[in-house]
Ligand binder design. Structure first.
Ligand code: SAM
Length: 295
């Protein structure tokens, strides 16, 4: 067993193998000895941003050539990277931070490499999603990863609606300047009391956990502007008829919009756009409340 381990370490990197190498999401001490050794030995390293990774690689004494590989040049770069593997070169793929293939173009390269019959080996390392999940205290025996949500429109509304009904813990990546909008949308769909933990600046000096509910996270960020990198961990619904459970929140949101001077129709439209609920359903909800108040 020991001999086998030593042999495999000596043989790394093997020619023609695509190595996916996990790099730190903040703390540089999280780069594993195996990752360091491999990055020093390969002839080519594909990076999302060669300048961003350049400093870390320079500090490691890396000699290999850096090749940029990001979402804007994925299609053009793929043939070159596949050609290097075919030519039995040694190639590693890293991302700006964390595990390649999680919310970056890594997966496309892996898929094409496999189709071309090249071997793929992952040298595992930190990942913001799993680090946030295990630190959250929310159920981690079953979970979903959504990554970055679509920025707007029906696709976003539908996905948010599905996430609100999900029974498993859901992990979402979000940029700090859009975080409050996401929290407001989730509060409207899931209620302020839904368990949530936001992991901010994981593994860094100002690492912080914000929770334990959507309402408390909103309260926190109304006082402290969101900055730094954030991963949202949302507890699953415990209500089988999540829609009904949310009706008081939907109604409260529409009533607040009317109180701000919106017409009932505009209030319905706005809440429908954010939550993905049908306008008809929202009209009925608002109307039934108006009728109840009239009695
Ligand atoms: N490949 C990376 C991984 O393995 O986690 C994810 C890359 S994705 C482009 C970047 C997103 O990951 C950020 O917007 C943030 O949501 C999350 N993230 C990355 N580093 C983080 C950190 N130190 N703390 C919290 N979230 C982080």
């Amino acid at each position: 067993m020991e001999d086998k381990k030593v042999l495999s370490e000596r043989l790394e990197p093997a020619p023609g193998v695509l190595y996916l190498v996990g790099t730190p999401i903040g703390h540089l001490g999280d780069l594993s000895p195996r990752a360091k050794s491999l990055l020093r030995k390969v002839s080519y390293i594909a990076c999302e941003d060669t300048r961003h990774s350049g400093q870390m690689l320079k500090n490691l004494g890396v000699q290999g050539s850096l090749l940029s590989f990001h979402r804007h040049n994925t299609k053009n770069r793929l043939p070159k990277l596949l050609h290097l593997l075919k030519e039995n070169q040694t190639l590693a793929l890293i991302t700006d931070a964390g595990l390649p293939g999680i919310s970056d173009p890594g997966q496309e390269l892996v898929s094409e490499a496999r189709k071309a019959g090249q071997e793929v080996i992952c040298v595992p390392g930190p990942c913001a999603a799993t680090t946030a999940l295990v630190s959250s205290g929310l159920p981690s025996n079953r979970f979903c990863f959504e990554g970055f949500l679509p920025s707007k429109g029906k696709a976003r509304a539908n996905l948010l609606k599905n996430i609100s009904k999900e029974e498993r813990t859901t992990i979402i990546y979000e940029s700090p300047h859009r975080l409050i909008k996401l929290l407001e949308e989730l509060a409207s769909l899931c209620g302020h009391d839904r368990p949530m933990q936001i992991a901010r600046e994981l593994t860094k000096r100002h690492e912080q956990q914000i929770g334990p509910t959507i309402g408390k996270a909103l309260e926190h960020f109304s006082k402290a502007k969101p900055i730094g990198e954030c991963t949202v961990v949302l507890g699953g619904t415990t209500s089988p008829s999540n829609n009904e459970a949310n009706e008081p929140n939907l109604l409260a949101d529409m009533q607040a919009l009317v109180a701000e001077g919106n017409t009932a129709s505009d209030a319905v439209k706005k809440v429908a756009n954010v939550t993905g609920h049908s306008r008809r359903h929202l009209y009925e909800l608002l109307h039934s409340k108006e009728l109840a108040n009239d009695i």
